[in-house]
Design a protein around this ligand. Structure first.
Ligand code: ATP
Ligand code: MG
Length: 312
């Protein structure tokens, strides 16, 4: 599969008023494949927005390069194929949702009647209630504005979308609807570069992620590989398990606990201890209820990765 984004050594240094230097993005190398929803993760200030802005030509890089859809970043012919939903969307309050989309359609030089057709398709796609289409956005809720923001990003039927925090600050229904809308872009063959703190969303809709910290790439990979559990949980039940056997089990697997109704739960990262534990359970006439690998959540992976880097 071709790379939709290929980043080589991208670096941005900001120089402050006291000539102090902030390295916002530090020698970033990353590839995003065509047709994937790629999660770009990092703490506040990690360098996500700066990276997106460099790729879009809104911030000038200190060093490094990138290609978007096979063309050098900043190439004007590629701009027609890109879309951007900024972290904060600023729209003129005196315009309606329809007017805003029409305005962006004009920027992309989409002629009528195609422009009106696209505006309608995009507003329908983000499920903005039709009665609000021609109302001033001054009266829109945060969720409605965010829908207009995503509709705006879709107006030119882009191939590659940069979405910076599309699902923050929304109520649970709007949140899950917008997540589904982002997920559906993949079915249309679009590539999405998604910066988000909503790790549960990312886990649901992204195929691969990258975690950056203080501008540096810490890890990248498929969600499946990153969350693959190193731990196994054994649950067993039996009246004789608890007394002398519990200490025996704890000697084999220290993380062994007694629960109600003669149930014991054992958790280990060491596969070599599993058969010894099973033998001990059987010797005490216990029944094995389940032996399952425990998957990590993306949040576990994120916290572990960032804490390790911070030396915590
Ligand atoms: N225009 C600027 N001038 C000086 N420093 C900046 C500028 N823009 C960003 N920075 C600094 O660069 C670093 C990265 O900021 P950036 O906005 O890219 O982070 P982010 O990962 O998008 O964070 P968040 O999750 O809070 O949106 C921060 O330390 C920030 O203070
Ligand atoms: Mg940001």
């Amino acid at each position: 599969m071709a790379a939709a984004i290929s980043i080589q050594g991208l670096t941005k240094k900001y120089v402050g008023l006291q000539r102090d230097e902030v390295v916002a993005v530090n020698n970033l190398n990353l590839d995003v494949q065509e047709g994937e929803i790629f999660g770009f993760l990092g703490r506040n200030g990690a360098g996500k927005t700066t990276t997106i802005k460099m790729l879009l030509g809104l911030v000038f890089p200190t060093a490094g390069d990138a290609t978007l859809l096979g063309k050098p970043m900043g190439d004007s012919s590629v701009k027609q194929e890109l879309a951007y939903l900024p972290e904060e969307t600023y729209f003129y309050d005196s315009m309606s949702g329809w007017d805003i989309l029409d305005f962006y359609g004009r920027l992309f030089k989409i002629p009528e009647p195609e422009r009106s057709r696209r505006v309608k398709i995009c507003l329908e796609k983000v499920r903005l209630q039709p009665e609000a289409w021609k109302r001033n956005i001054r009266g829109y809720s945060k969720g409605m504005r965010q829908r207009v923001g995503i509709a705006q990003a879709l107006i030119n039927d882009p191939k590659l979308l940069f979405l910076d925090e599309p699902t923050s600050g929304l109520d649970p229904i709007a949140h899950s609807e917008l997540r589904e809308i982002v997920a559906s872009l993949k079915d249309e063959g679009k590539t999405v570069f998604l910066s988000s703190h909503q790790l549960a969303d990312v886990e649901l809709i992204c195929s691969r992620v990258a975690i950056i910290h203080r501008g540096k790439l810490l890890t990248t990979g498929t969600i499946k590989d990153l969350t693959a559990g190193g731990r196994i949980e054994i649950v067993a039940e039996g009246t004789q398990l608890v007394n002398g056997t519990l200490a025996k089990l704890q000697a084999i697997i220290p993380d062994t606990h007694e629960e109600a109704n003669h149930i014991v739960r054992l958790i280990t990262e060491d596969n070599n201890r599993i058969s010894a534990a099973i033998d001990a359970i059987r010797a005490a006439s216990g029944n094995i209820i389940s032996i399952v690998p425990i998957k990590k959540s993306l949040e576990d992976v994120f916290v572990e990765t960032v804490r390790k880097e911070e030396g915590l």
